[in-house]
Design a protein around this ligand. Structure first.
Ligand SMILES: Cc1cc2nc3c(=O)[nH]c(=O)nc-3n(C[C@H](O)[C@H](O)[C@H](O)COP(=O)(O)OP(=O)(O)OC[C@H]3O[C@@H](n4cnc5c(N)ncnc54)[C@H](O)[C@@H]3O)c2cc1C
Length: 327
């Protein structure tokens, strides 16, 4: 009898593989060892066939490749149809996708077509003592972590970017690459007219994030954070109220309903440390909190706490960094 497996959808950005894919393959590898399953992956697009080996180097045993000009555009109906057909054919036990904007659009369509459940936005996957998969995700706005089991098959889940460990790349790993034909599907109704906008910043991949919250008095004061971020080679993040005020785009929002970040350094300025904000940054390498209130919850999660008015502290820090650069 052929082995059963965990299928990981390899998301692409143009002809590159989105790094969330490798994180998912790493996790799938860990689960597969415990459940005695194989790790399968599938990649769809145009000009992507030579990327299949990367999926094997990161831990996949088998990769299904659909390389066709008609899959160049991210047409959700075409991509869904291919993935549904593949899942019906190879019957994975578990099917994982990234909880990216694209993954979030694709996964529910696939789950509905396969008549199975979907646990969205997971931050961890574990095997319990009975050998069953636990899908862990924040619930009630991040105040609790729900542990979810699914009885339908395949078990489908989307997993957030940067919450799983990146596996080691091993170019000596061997696996099977299966080239599949794309059979045109009836996708009338959707036509890609072009890209309307692009994300201007990539918060999730930043090594340094200088974040501001309601401690800032006005929109213009964000330049303080920008200046500090530039000096440190980082980007500006914010708490949700600043996005709601229309001061800055949602691309900059850190937290439960924004971006999950994992920089080496996170500087939180005038941010109280709500559970929803912490959900997006608590795994940062080093957290420095600047807050005028010594009882602010953020201090319980910070490696270094500065009890100060940010309007006094940040300009001094900027000056200090500038002087050091000139030395
Ligand atoms: C469903 C849901 C999802 C949410 N998702 C998110 C999310 O993704 N991200 C997010 O951030 N929030 C999110 N929130 C909102 C969250 O609950 C908090 O309201 C928000 O994080 C608070 O932002 P803040 O820390 O900037 O503001 P506040 O809680 O008002 O804190 C401001 C802090 O600034 C300090 N301060 C004031 N003046 C100064 C000064 N001059 N110098 C230094 N410190 C000063 C104060 O002491 C205070 O601690 C969500 C809420 C819900 C209900």
């Amino acid at each position: 009898m052929s082995r059963r497996g965990i299928l990981v959808y390899a998301e692409t950005i143009g002809s590159e593989i989105h790094p969330v894919t490798f994180e998912l393959i790493g996790k799938a590898r860990e689960l597969a060892e415990k459940l005695d399953l194989e790790v399968w992956s599938t990649i769809l697009g145009y000009g992507i066939a030579d990327k299949a080996a990367e999926l094997i180097y990161h831990g996949a045993d088998k990769v299904y490749v659909y390389d066709d000009e008609r899959l160049r555009d991210l047409n959700v109906i075409a991509h869904k149809s291919v993935l549904v057909e593949l899942a019906k054919e190879i019957e994975p036990e578990i099917f994982l996708l990234g909880a990216t904007p694209w993954g979030r659009s694709l996964a529910p369509r696939i789950a509905a077509a396969l008549d199975t459940g979907l646990t969205a936005d997971c931050i961890d996957l574990q095997i319990d003592k009975d050998g069953e998969l636990l899908q862990i995700r924040p619930a009630f706005t991040g105040n609790i972590l729900a542990h979810i089991k699914t009885s339908s098959r395949p078990i489908m889940a989307t997993i957030r970017y940067r919450v799983m460990k990146m596996p080691q790349r091993d170019p000596s790993r061997k696996g099977e690459i299966i080239i599949r034909k794309f059979n045109d599907v009836d996708c009338d109704g959707i036509k890609c007219l072009g890209k309307v906008s692009e994300r201007r910043i990539n918060l999730a991949d930043a090594e340094v994030v200088v974040a501001g919250g309601r401690g800032l008095k006005k929109k213009e004061d964000l330049v303080l954070l920008e200046e500090l971020a530039n000096l440190l080679g980082g980007v500006v993040g914010v708490s949700r109220p600043l996005v709601e005020e229309g001061w800055i785009s949602k691309d900059h929002q850190v937290g439960f309903s924004g971006n999950v970040v994992k920089p080496k350094l996170y500087i939180a300025c005038g941010i109280s440390g709500s559970p929803q904000h912490l959900a997006g940054m608590r795994d940062s390498g080093m957290i420095i909190a600047v807050n005028s209130d010594p009882s602010a919850p953020i201090f319980r999660h910070a490696d270094y706490g500065v009890v100060a008015d940010l309007y006094e502290f940040i300009p001094k820090l900027i000056l200090l960094l500038k002087n050091r650069k000139e030395m």
